[in-house]
Design a binder for this molecule. Structure first.
Ligand SMILES: *Cc1c(COP(=O)(O)O)cnc(C)c1O
Length: 440
């Protein structure tokens, strides 16, 4: 390593070069009141900062590092691909193989909602394209989204968009033209009556509902039993589509994503993927029936393109990651996640802090409230001021948590007993710090 710098020095320098010193807002640690760590390497369950300090990591690059950081098979696949050329701006066999993997994996009770796939580079692009496709297919303009759900940063989807936006306490974003914002109807989550009212009033103009399969961008708020099935039916009854956003949950909570484990089976029309599917490199995807997907150019009238779409390095990382996500990997992730979630809950109980730990499969987060939040309003009503001292106490003890209470904790298949032990041992002091926190 170069002569050592400190995180503080790196952050000061970064702020002179990039707005807020970052390339994505939550990285600035704005809501946790400490200096962001600048990382230089990562391996398995650990990341190492410029000061040479290692942390057990529960961010996992926000999901992609599901096998652990720098998994040897993924690194080797990327190196092999790189040695054959970084990209051609033309088709490659690997893209087809990755698309076939997605088609084969996303299945339930014989149903196969994905017959065709388009690869893109970010989750934002995947949801943006899914929405254009839904509009093109239905000839309608309106989109329904749920408050607190995050679908990337395209103009129409930033209204009440959870995590980053919640952390910054912004209502949405400046720079979104009012006529575009007006095409998005925002409904409280888990509230079927509110959704029915919206459809009763505007149903003939609604192109699609977009929903996080199991919301994880306002902290974890599980769907009410049968909610996804009910909204699918409601959309279909009105000639609208259901866009299931699995950018975060896809291939994380199980081999077929949340679609595969929701207690009540349902039929989405389009599904978006990101994060895990790129294995740590920029790759995302959308998929659906052949009839819908073939409305995309070059076959159909809905335009979409990308210079780096299906990049061979990203495809190689994605394929290697999916290849190693077998039943054993999921079992390890699920078990480690359960142990950490249970330990967090008992540490907070012991410290006398009102809390709930909500789970959606192996995703979980803590919320500082006695009653489990069911939507964005109840999420925001928690004692969020308890999180910064909790977060800092964990960081001081060598555990890197998501730097916002409105984010999920990401466990990987590399979180072995030793790594989980470190987290479990750090929790009681953090819970006590949360107990001592005061508002304002
Ligand atoms: C992360 C995320 C996105 C956006 O993906 P990017 O790759 O950051 O553009 C969209 N939807 C959900 C549910 C996400 O978690």
């Amino acid at each position: 390593m170069d002569p050592m710098t400190t995180n503080e020095q790196e952050f000061a320098r970064a702020r002179g070069a990039m707005p807020g010193g970052v390339n994505s807002p939550v990285r600035a640690f704005g809501s946790v009141g400490t200096t962001p760590r600048f990382f230089v390497s990562a391996s398995g369950p650990r990341v190492t900062d410029v000061e040479g300090r290692a942390y057990v990591d529960l961010v996992g690059s926000w999901g992609p590092a599901i096998l652990g950081h720098a998994h040897p098979a993924v690194v080797k696949a990327v190196q092999d691909a790189a040695s054959h050329g970084l990209g051609f701006g033309a088709s490659t066999p690997g893209e087809t193989q990755l698309a076939e993997l997605l088609t084969a994996r996303v299945t339930r009770d014989g149903a196969r909602p994905i017959e065709r796939v388009r690869l893109v580079s970010t989750g934002t692009e995947a949801t943006m394209t899914a929405i254009r496709l839904a509009r093109g297919a239905t000839g309608r303009d309106l989109i329904v989204k749920f408050a607190g759900h995050y679908h990337g940063h395209s103009d129409g989807l930033l209204a009440e968009a959870g995590s980053g936006v919640a952390t910054l306490a912004m209502p949405g974003s400046a720079g979104v033209p009012a006529p575009i914002a007006a095409q998005t109807l925002v409904v409280p989550y888990n509230d079927l009556d509110a959704l029915r009212e919206v459809f009763a009033a505007r149903g003939a103009d609604i192109a699609a509902i977009i929903v996080e399969a199991a919301p994880a961008n306002m902290g974890i708020v599980p769907p009410a039993h049968g909610f996804n099935a009910a909204i699918a039916d409601l959309a279909h009854a009105h000639g609208a589509l259901l866009i299931l956003d699995e950018v975060l949950t896809g291939f994380r909570v199980g081999p077929a994503g949340w679609y595969g484990i929701d207690p009540v089976p349902f039929s989405p029309d389009l599904i978006t993927f990101g994060k895990v599917v790129g294995g740590g490199l920029p790759l995302a995807a959308l998929g659906g029936s052949a009839a819908l997907m073939e409305l995309l150019a070059p076959l159909g009238p809905v335009y979409q393109a990308g210079t780096l779409s299906g990049n061979p390095l990203a495809v190689a990382a994605g394929r290697a990651t999916l290849d190693h996500l077998d039943a054993d990997a999921y079992a390890r992730i699920d078990a480690a996640a359960a142990r950490i979630a249970d330990a967090a809950a008992s540490a907070l109980s012991d410290a006398g802090v009102a809390h709930v730990v909500q789970r959606s499969g192996n995703l979980f987060s803590i919320q500082f409230t006695a009653t489990a939040p069911t939507d964005y309003d109840t999420v925001k009503a928690q004692d969020a001021f308890r999180y910064p001292p909790f977060f800092r106490a964990m960081l001081d003890q060598g555990v890197s948590l998501p730097p916002s209470v409105f984010e999920a904790w990401f466990v990987s298949a590399a979180h072995d007993e030793e790594a989980v032990d470190e987290i479990v041992h750090a929790l009681p002091a953090a819970a006590r710090a949360a107990a001592e926190a005061s508002p304002g």
